[in-house]
Design a protein around this ligand. Structure first.
Ligand code: AMP
Ligand code: MG
Length: 393
């Protein structure tokens, strides 16, 4: 059976960004990734500027200086600073010719048209930002693969960009399968349960930046399930099927996928929960068959689907994020496979939650992490550092 790391490598071999699109650089672009190298169109700052309110001076002059002009931000200097002169200047204003330094106003004494600088520590260039100090025109300042953050949107505006090529968000279709499933507003009759995987997986996909598309519930009936899967494939770049992927007589998903010419790359991963996980491709589309137990579907998503979506969005760092965290308590376990145990991470510490098994959504609803346990017996003392899978915030 495949190890988690091998299975993930296989998934990532097929998870490629879709062709980039030119899109507006506004808050809707947050979480997306830039798909082209972008250069500064101008030097920044575009002129040598004052960083303080004070007086533009020649630092080498001695004694008091005559104030010959005033320069608020946005005004173009009309006259230079000659020896023995100063110009009153404000933060952000263009430095006048001749001046090499700004003496901050708190360290100056002004009497009429004369200013005396009391700051003895001034050197050439103090409180001045030279033209091009931050970036030079033509320099690549936003390379391909940059994640769009608020600061990056500011930087892009600073280089004159209102739109750029971004990798598209993949459409993530979700189809829950099972004759026992009913929608959240329906009252289950005998033998029925509510479809909890659908809303959960749609939200997991959306949290990562995918476009969720709900295809509802498909039945455990070959022809009808085939029709439902076909329809879902038509408008999904990533298709998530939940349930029906194991070895029971009514686990029809693997057979239906094969009949649709899906290439199945693996079916079963050495992990708990979620062993019967299936991954396939249809052309460039990805399909994941996640086991129906909500815990299995959730963990399968975080381990395999989340990195795939991040790779398709163009991210360089795709996860999953596994870090060492210190247990707050003694912890014993004995599983026949590597196991992902629901937990809560708080800074550097992790607390495993009581957990009754892979259908336990009450525990899952509180978790932001999973302790990653090796197969076989383990007995960790409180304070032991353990591998921990940490969710997206
Ligand atoms: P399956 O993977 O289809 O064998 O389902 C495993 C278990 O998960 C069964 O107890 C199902 O009833 C349950 N299950 C399957 N799909 C869902 C779903 N969408 N929501 C909640 N439970 C489900
Ligand atoms: Mg089923």
């Amino acid at each position: 059976m495949l190890e988690v790391s091998t299975a993930l490598e296989i998934v990532l071999r097929f998870a490629e960004p879709l062709p980039p699109l030119a899109e507006a650089l506004d808050p809707s672009a947050l979480g997306r990734v830039v798909a082209e190298d972008l250069a500064a169109d101008l030097d920044s700052p575009p002129f040598t500027k004052a960083l303080m309110d004070g007086y533009a001076i020649r630092v080498g002059d001695n004694g008091s200086r005559i104030v010959v002009d005033e320069l608020p931000a946005g005004k173009v200097p009309a006259i230079p600073v000659n020896p023995g002169e100063a110009i009153r200047i404000f933060t952000g204003a263009m430095m006048p010719a001749g001046a090499d330094t700004v003496a901050m106003q708190e360290r100056c004494e002004r009497t009429g048209d004369t200013v005396t600088v009391t700051d003895t520590g001034l050197t050439v260039g103090k409180n001045v930002l030279p033209r091009g100090a931050e970036m030079a025109a033509g320099e690549i300042v936003v390379p391909v693969g940059s994640a769009v953050t608020p600061a990056l949107l500011g930087l892009l505006a600073g280089i004159g960009r209102a739109e750029s090529l971004l990798y598209p968000r993949p459409r993530v279709g979700v189809l829950a399968t099972g004759n026992e499933l009913v929608g959240p507003t329906q009252l289950p009759t005998d033998g029925q349960i509510r479809n909890t995987n659908g809303p959960m997986l749609l939200a997991q996909a959306a949290r990562l930046g995918g476009i969720p598309h709900d295809f509802g519930i498909g039945p455990d009936d070959g022809p009808a399930l085939k029709q439902a899967i076909q329809t879902a494939f038509d408008s999904s770049a990533v298709l998530l099927l939940a349930g029906g992927v194991s070895v029971g007589d009514f686990d029809l998903v693997p057979g239906v996928l094969a009949s649709l010419s899906v290439e199945i790359h693996f079916h079963k991963v050495r992990m708990k929960p979620g062993k019967p996980l299936l991954f396939g491709t249809l052309g460039r589309k990805l399909v994941f068959g996640l086991p129906g137990n909500p815990g299995s579907a959730f963990v399968g998503f975080e381990l395999f689907v989340a990195p795939a979506i991040r790779a398709m969005l163009g991210h360089v760092d795709v996860g999953p994020r596994v870090r060492m965290r210190t247990l707050t308590h003694d912890f014993k376990a004995n599983h026949d496979r590597p196991t992902y145990h629901p937990a809560i991470v708080d800074e550097a510490r992790v607390t495993a939650l009581p957990w009754i098994g892979s259908s336990d959504l009450r525990s899952l609803a509180r978790v932001n992490a999973f302790v990653v346990l090796p197969a076989g017996p383990v007995a960790f003392a409180a304070g032991t550092a353990v591998n921990t899978l940490i969710m997206e915030p």
